[in-house]
Design a protein around this ligand. Structure first.
Ligand SMILES: Nc1ncnc2c1ncn2[C@@H]1O[C@H](COP(=O)(O)OP(=O)(O)OP(=O)(O)O)[C@@H](O)[C@H]1O
Length: 227
């Protein structure tokens, strides 16, 4: 049997606010095949970032199972946490490209070297790295360091890093949040083009209904209790 790209079942997550438990995800399940895209929507605080963090191993659910790219992570497993962390680390290095609201660039490297570093880490060629920066409209900033460019330019560099690693799955948390409408449309165009061309999976957290409508699936977290 061929595994699906990503499957999550029965995810539960709550945080504490003082003595009060704050439920964020309640018995949540989702399924994504290669080549599919999923829009995650819901009001601010509904759990979109928490879910993305769980789907790439940066946050642990209180209960539930995540199966991704042939690996299974089950909260009922007796596997040592450090082993599971190592498996998640390998997936994020090689196969899961993550774009967060805060671009996670290395401050001591130029934008181009950040993209090259990411490509190398994923075992990909560095040849197309400058090209990715060009396609995202920041080619002329390749030699600048992250603190010498704007937040939106950093966000585009973070996308270039993900494109250069040619991941099987992209998780993007409001990837155009700091961009003007025109630039955002160009960047989203690149994201969907890459997703179609490489047949990778894409999960996109967004507040933009138009953007959500372009995805093949839609999961709205708005029904969860107000926190
Ligand atoms: N480490 C944490 N400790 C306690 N509460 C947390 C923690 N991380 C998130 N939360 C809470 O969990 C809820 C979900 O947060 P999350 O960031 O997932 O929402 P979101 O839907 O991504 O919001 P936004 O659209 O504003 O980015 C919020 O109420 C938030 O305050």
């Amino acid at each position: 049997m061929v595994d699906s790209l990503l499957s999550a079942r029965g995810l539960n997550k709550q945080f504490q606010s003082g003595d009060e438990p704050v439920p964020v995800l309640v018995d949540l399940s989702l399924h994504l095949e290669a080549g599919e895209s999923l829009a995650l929507t819901g009001r601010s605080g509904s759990g979109k970032s928490t879910l993305l963090n769980i789907l790439c191993g940066l946050e642990k659910p209180d209960a539930g199972v995540v199966q991704v790219l042939g690996e299974t992570f089950d909260t009922r497993s007796t596997e040592a946490g450090s082993k599971a962390d190592a498996r998640w680390g390998d997936l994020r290095r090689q196969q899961i490209g993550v774009v967060f609201q805060e671009a996670n660039l290395m401050p001591a490297l130029s934008l181009l070297d950040n993209v090259r570093f990411r490509a190398r880490l994923a075992g990909q060629s560095e040849d197309g790295c400058q090209d990715w920066l060009e396609r995202l409209g920041i080619g002329e900033l390749a030699d600048r360091f992250p603190d010498q460019v704007s937040g939106g330019q950093r966000q585009r560099a973070a996308l270039a890093m993900v494109f250069a690693m040619k991941p099987a799955l992209i998780l993007a948390d409001e990837p155009t949040g700091s961009l003007d409408r025109h630039t955002a449309e160009a960047v989203i165009g690149q994201l969907f083009e890459l997703q179609t061309r490489h047949g990778c999976g894409l999960i996109l957290a967004t507040h933009d209904p138009e953007l959500a409508s372009r995805c093949s699936q839609h999961l709205d977290l708005a029904h969860l209790p107000e926190t």
